[in-house]
Design a protein around this ligand. Sequence first.
Ligand code: ZN
Length: 155
Amino acid sequence: MSGLEDLYREIILDHYRNPRNQGELETPPAVMAEGFNPLCGDEVTVHIHVEDGVIVDMKFGGHGCSISLASASMMTTVTTGKSLSEAKDIIYSFKQMMSIHEGRLEEGSEETDSPMAGLGDLQALQGVVKFPVRIKCATLGWNTLEQCFEELASQ
Ligand code: ZN
């Protein structure tokens, strides 16, 4: 497993050092939300531009630990170009991956294959769940994206 863990660490560091879709978008037409993780001091902003129910552009910014920023970077790469409902499915799957390993899987539900299979780099974050205090880092950008959806819905 250590070879795989090295690979995952490399993927996380790559997104941290070379963040994808970093920056801001003009609001409007974009909407933005800010997220804060007091446990670690991470702050993330997410801007999304939605047209006809599709996320046509997304940028993130802020500062924080490698996990929070790498996760936000990965999030932009897998959700940009998706419809809002597809993006919500991806968010759900990602959070499920985090909670399965956190031991919060509901009683009676069956172990399934990783819901993130096929989502590429995101699987690198699976290793984070071994460190529960870091899960809030990994999910920060995703929660902030959900705040953007709420912002959109309230318009
Ligand atoms: Zn953090």
